[in-house]
Ligand binder design. Structure first.
Ligand SMILES: C[S@@+](CC[C@H](N)C(=O)[O-])C[C@H]1O[C@@H](n2cnc3c(N)ncnc32)[C@H](O)[C@@H]1O
Length: 247
C-alpha cells in the first residue's frame, strides 16, 4: 500500500507530524492537510481564540495551537474531552487546547468570544440548516472568521435521478445533503451576515480523498466515501473550502 501519496511540499506544516499519529487519530480525510489548507485563508495570529467545531480527536486544534500559537476550544459532541486533553498534553499544548464535549446546537460560549470558528469534515452534520450560520455567527467577534473544509460535489445534484448509480443506494442517508461550492456560497451570502472571502474546491481534493481510501485497512468497515470515491470517474466528489468574515 503506497502511503506516501500526500506530497510534503504541498503540506509542509503537516509533514512535520508523525503520519501514524495523524492516521490513528483521523475520523475522515487527513485532518491536518485540511486544516493547513484552510489556514492559508485565515489571518491566524498568536493568542487568537479559535473554536474547532466537530474537532473529533482534536488534531486540528493541536496543529493550529502549535503552528500558529492560537488558543483552540476543541469541541465535539461525541469524542471524550479527557482523551483529547491527553492528546494535547502529549504534544505539549495543554495550555492552549481546551477540549469540551458539546453539541454544535447548544454552544456554551459568550457572544462575540471567538476570533474564528473552524469546522473540518464536520460542518455537513449541522451546517446545511438555513438557520445554523445565524446561530453560530453570534459567537464570533465582528470582523472574525468562519472557515469550513468538507465534502462537496463539483456540480449540484437536484434529485436522486441526477446522482450516479453508485450513490443511489445510500443517497438519502449520506449524499442528499452534499452540495456544490456555489450552493454553499449562496447559502451563506443570502444571510447577509457574512462576507464570503473564499469558496473553492480544495486543489488537493483528489489526493486527499484517494489517500483516505487507500489508508483503510483490509477488513475495516467501508464508509460511504470509501465506497464512492473509487467509482467516481467523472470527478464528482471533492472537498471544498469556504471562508467568510463576519460583517
Ligand atoms: C468525520 S468526523 C471529523 C472529525 C475531525 N474534524 C477530523 O477531521 O478528524 C465528524 C465529527 O463531527 C462531530 N459532530 C457531528 N455532529 C455534531 C454536532 N451536532 N455537534 C458537535 N460535533 C458533531 C462528530 O462527533 C465527529 O467527531
Amino acid at each position: 500500500m503506497n502511503r506516501a501519496a500526500i506530497s510534503p511540499s504541498a503540506f509542509p506544516l503537516t509533514a512535520k507530524y508523525d503520519p501514524q499519529w495523524v492516521r490513528d487519530n483521523a475520523l475522515g480525510e487527513n485532518a491536518l492537510c485540511q486544516v493547513e489548507s484552510l489556514a492559508r485563508h485565515l489571518p491566524l495570529r498568536a493568542g487568537m481564540r479559535v473554536l474547532d467545531l466537530g474537532c473529533g480527536k482534536a488534531t486540528s486544534s493541536i496543529f493550529l495551537a502549535r503552528e500558529f500559537g492560537i488558543q483552540a476550544w476543541a469541541a465535539d459532541e461525541a469524542t471524550s474531552p479527557t482523551e483529547n486533553h491527553k492528546r494535547a498534553m502529549e504534544l505539549q499544548c495543554e495550555a492552549s487546547v481546551f477540549p469540551l464535549q458539546v453539541d454544535a446546537h447548544s454552544l456554551p460560549f459568550a457572544k462575540e468570544f471567538f476570533d474564528a470558528v473552524i469546522a473540518i469534515d464536520s460542518f455537513l452534520y449541522f451546517g446545511t440548516d438555513d438557520r445554523y450560520l445565524g446561530y453560530l455567527i453570534q459567537f464570533v467577534k465582528p470582523g472574525g472568521f468562519i472557515g469550513v473544509v468538507d465534502i462537496a460535489f463539483t456540480r449540484e445534484l437536484q434529485s436522486i435521478e441526477e446522482a450516479p448509480g453508485y450513490l443511489r443506494p445510500q443517497y438519502a442517508k449520506h449524499w442528499s445533503y452534499v452540495h456544490s461550492v456555489q450552493w454553499w456560497k449562496q447559502h451563506w451570502e443570502k444571510t447577509a451576515l457574512v462576507d464570503v472571502q473564499c469558496a473553492e474546491l480544495l486543489p488537493e481534493s483528489d489526493e486527499l480523498l484517494r489517500d483516505y481510501v487507500r489508508g483503510r485497512l483490509p477488513g475495516q468497515d467501508e464508509d460511504s466515501i470509501m465506497r464512492a470515491v473509487p467509482r467516481d470517474h467523472e470527478g464528482l466528489i471533492s472537498l471544498f473550502c469556504l471562508v467568510a468574515r463576519k460583517c
